[in-house]
Design a protein around this ligand. Structure first.
Ligand code: SF4
Ligand SMILES: [Zn+2]
Length: 125
């Protein structure tokens, strides 16, 4: 991510593996090739990975690989984080927090399970 440091140039940004890499373009792969293994190979073990990922999740405009995750993977995390009650995402959020889901989220989960069952039996027919 070093080739396009954002305006808020934070101290940790200079300590990342990518900061001095002559191959900074690797962090901006062509769309579709940024597999989890590829991201891990670039950022795995980077000393500022946590700060980097946090920063990138807070800045949806950023492209390329940050904190070991592609823009697409970060979008999914953002979506989960913003999931509201009454959606399946909200239900998952309760589960991740190890708490009982609220009634709206339970209903959303039950609805999803019903749809899945219907789809399965339609496929089997
Ligand atoms: S985690 Fe990856 S993108 Fe972030 S600073 Fe380290 S090497 Fe660069
Ligand atoms: Zn809920």
């Amino acid at each position: 991510m070093s080739s396009e440091l954002p305006a808020e140039n934070e101290a940790w940004m200079h300590k990342g593996f990518c900061a001095d890499s002559p191959y900074a373009d690797l962090w901006f792969p062509t769309e579709g090739v940024e597999s989890a293994a590829y991201c891990e190979s670039l950022c795995g073990g980077c000393p500022v990975r946590v700060a980097c990922l946090r920063y990138a999740i807070d800045h949806p405009e950023l492209e390329g690989i940050w904190g070991g995750l592609s823009a697409r993977q970060r979008r999914l995390i953002r979506r989960d984080r913003n999931a509201s009650c009454g959606t399946y995402g909200g239900y998952l959020k309760h589960r991740k927090a190890d708490e009982e889901a609220c009634d709206e989220c339970k209903a959303a989960n039950a609805h999803r399970s019903r749809l899945k069952r219907q789809k399965r039996s339609a496929n089997a027919a």
